[in-house]
Design a protein around this ligand. Structure first.
Ligand code: SAH
Length: 364
């Protein structure tokens, strides 16, 4: 018999939503705040651990609610310490998130949708198509579960996993508020970066609302013609409109820079001419540029040779903005940018074997 869990998850409710939800329980008003904190700040896995909540109410809570819905369906550890998680959602759909430890910071790359509707020709996630939006709870829970699993503080968060965060705007913003809330996960708002392909109306909304989170735009081409060839969505959101919305953003946020991501693909967008066009395009903006050598996906694109990457980088020396060439992390476990794709064959599932948190190396 199919068992459907009807209990509501408490992860992802803001404190005021929690208060509303608990209002009928005949408890003092401050309970909601306490429970919100247990769930999001202390990230307890069970009601049992909520030590300042009366036992009888803990039992009552247990009858009506659960703390989270994600099931860990896999966990792969890279030789560089990167961990890729596979999560099963209540409707059996699957998403991935990636934990990237570095000497000075710990970054989490999380998903905002199951699959993706954008169809960028070079991206593995696009091959899944779009299945559904994640709830705010499913977004926040990726962070909670990884914190619990690794025991590490998360200093940086990027919405660069599966999906287009700005096509799931409200839930992504609600989740980000909980992640940044000092009573919640207490991650610094400016260290939470939302990456968009350039959904112009949402960039404008994000600006207007003065959201405290950081903004990244996936550019990948300095001309509309090339962008349309590799990113079909460019037809709907042309480059000049994206640049205008970016201007608008930097004007409204005097102290903020926009990050542009530019995936270097051999023979596509890696020529010195294209580097110069990129400088011209971005120079009027307060921004930084993150160059990302293409990660292999088997989709017919490749990263430029090392010397060609360096040539592009040196061409960028004259840019009036900061330029970085990103190191690839987690390549061996397909956890790098654009490699996230939940494969459904049994064979593939078998590769996501669980491993102990301390064990390093690729799991087979
Ligand atoms: N949809 C959002 C969030 C995804 S972020 C966005 O487009 O910004 C994932 C980033 O990795 C995007 O910049 C995406 O274009 C890039 N990417 C996709 N495939 C890649 C690959 N194979 N190698 C490197 N980066 C890739």
């Amino acid at each position: 018999m199919l068992f459907l869990n009807k209990k509501q998850s408490l992860i992802g409710l803001t404190s005021s939503q929690m208060a509303k939800r608990l209002a009928s329980f005949n408890q003092p008003e401050y309970r909601a705040e306490q429970i919100y904190k247990w769930v999001h700040h202390h990230q307890v896995p069970s009601f049992e651990e909520m030590s300042n909540i009366p036992k009888s109410f803990r039992r009552e809570l247990e009858q009506h609610f659960i703390i989270g819905t994600l099931e860990m369906a896999g966990r792969k550890v890279s030789i560089d310490g990167t961990i890729k998680y596979l999560w099963q959602l209540p409707d059996a759909k699957r998403i991935e998130s990636v934990f990237i430890p570095e000497s000075t910071r710990t970054t989490l790359c999380i998903s905002s949708q199951v699959g993706c509707a954008l169809g960028c020709h070079f991206c593995a996630t696009a091959r899944m198509g779009f299945l559904r939006n994640l709830t705010a709870g499913e977004i926040v829970e990726q962070v909670i579960r990884i914190r619990r699993d690794t025991g590490r503080q998360i200093t940086n968060m990027v919405f660069m996993g599966m999906g287009e965060p700005f096509l799931n705007y409200n839930r992504v913003i609600r989740a980000s508020k909980i992640l940044a809330d000092p009573q919640g996960l207490a991650i610094s708002a400016k260290k939470i970066t939302i990456s968009t392909v350039g959904v112009v109306p949402r960039i404008l909304q994000f600006t207007e609302e003065k959201q405290p989170f950081s903004l990244a735009i996936s550019l990948h081409a300095a001309s509309q013609t090339l962008r349309r060839q590799i990113m079909p969505i460019a037809k709907k959101f042309p480059l000049d409109e994206i640049m205008e919305s970016a201007h608008n953003y930097t004007q409204a946020h005097q102290r903020k820079r926009i990050t542009f991501e530019y995936v270097l693909m051999a023979g596509v967008n890696d020529s010195p001419n294209q580097a110069r066009a990129l400088i011209k395009l971005l120079s009027p903006l307060r921004c930084k540029l993150n160059l990302i050598p293409y990660n292999n996906t088997g989709l017919g694109f490749t990263k430029p040779q090392e010397s060609r990457q360096q040539q592009f980088l040196s061409e960028m020396q004259s840019a009036p903005f900061a330029v970085t060439l990103r190191k690839n992390r987690g390549n061996d476990i397909e956890a790098a940018c654009g490699q996230l794709m939940v494969k459904s064959s049994e064979n593939e599932k078998a590769r996501y074997l669980k491993s102990s948190p301390l064990k390093k190396g690729v799991e087979t």
